[in-house]
Write a protein that binds this ligand. Structure first.
Ligand code: GLY
Length: 317
């Protein structure tokens, strides 16, 4: 049995290709790397890789994480500039037992030495978004989550190995050097092949506070289904944040277990995610919080048709 789950509709094309790799008997590590690279390479996604929106100094700083749930190998890069595929660098770093998490110039030096593709990641379109936002900021306050989605994926291969990975440009207009949950093991991603894997998207500062991906896997290990584990973890963190300081940032999670069962929970409206499992077609779902539960249903054709149109619509200064 093989299976993949990923945050947001943007993962669809990559997951569809990666599922074929899993069907051919390729590993979950190869599937995750391939699927996330597809998102990183697509110029119209504003929150991952090429075309990702910059920080407040108009510099694109990228984060990525990777974990192999069979060996517990883990690698991550944070605040890396001008490399095409941070996920591949994170995966490569996971082969080491030390120096597995590198930031900024250190990560860039490593990637250069290893021959990873350099690329100017700030696009003309991202510059227009930046300049528009600067204008807007004079009129209204920036909300912490404005314009941001991380790609997080978990794959189970037919050998039973579970791998999790993430990639993001982080919050638009973040401070230089800011990192969120995505390169933090246990925060943005976690995998244990004996149990399952989970990954998160939303406000990194809040997701990290709940060690949210680790917590979901821990609950699955205690016997909860992926859906129960995702829901309980999001509810607990959401409630705790609201109790302690009056509000909770955006929290959305997906998970699969070692048998290919999946779960998703969110505290935001219209969170989309992708599931592709052996013997099925890839499916885009929409998730919405209803009371203490998450209502999950396949996206309509109309929603799917509008999605790409909205992404590629021309923008003007
Ligand atoms: N969840 C990604 C970030 O906060 O950077």
């Amino acid at each position: 049995m093989w299976a993949m789950i990923a945050t947001w509709r943007m993962a669809l094309e990559g997951v569809s290709e990666a599922g074929k790799l899993l069907q051919e008997g390729k590993s979950s590590g190869e599937a995750i790397e391939h699927a996330i690279r597809c998102v990183e390479d697509f110029p119209y996604y504003k929150s991952v890789g090429y075309g990702g929106l910059p920080n407040e100094e108009m510099v694109v700083e990228l984060d990525a994480g990777y974990m192999d749930g069979s060996t517990m190998a883990m690698g991550a890069v944070a605040g890396i500039k001008d490399f095409a595929n941070p996920i591949s660098i994170a995966k490569d770093l996971s082969k080491d037992t030390v120096n597995c998490v590198l930031v900024a110039e250190g990560a860039e030096k490593y990637a250069s030495k290893k021959g990873f593709e350099r690329k100017t990641m700030l696009t003309d379109r991202a510059k227009i978004h930046y300049r528009k936002r600067i204008k807007l900021l004079k009129e209204e306050e920036l909300k912490p989550y404005d314009g941001h989605d991380t790609v997080g994926e978990v794959a189970l291969d037919s050998q039973g190995k579970i791998v999790a990975g993430t990639s993001t440009s982080g919050l638009f207009m973040k401070k230089a050097g800011r990192i969120g949950d995505s390169p933090i093991v246990g925060g943005g991603f976690y995998a244990d092949s004996e149990v399952g894997g989970a990954t998160a998207t939303g406000l990194g500062e809040d997701l990290m506070k709940g060690c949210i991906s680790y917590e979901i896997v821990r609950k699955m290990k205690e016997g909860l289904s992926p859906q129960e584990a995702c829901q309980k973890t999001v509810n607990e963190l959401d409630a705790k944040l609201k109790k302690s300081r009056g509000f909770a940032g955006d929290l959305s999670v997906v998970a699969i277990d070692k048998d290919g069962n999946f779960g998703c929970a969110t505290n935001i409206k219209n969170f989309s995610f992708v599931v592709y499992r052996q013997g099925e077609e890839p499916i885009v779902y929409l998730a919405n919080p209803v009371g203490n539960q998450t209502e999950i249903y396949p996206a309509s054709q109309e929603w799917m048709d509008n999605y790409m149109k909205e992404r590629i619509v021309p923008i003007e200064e």
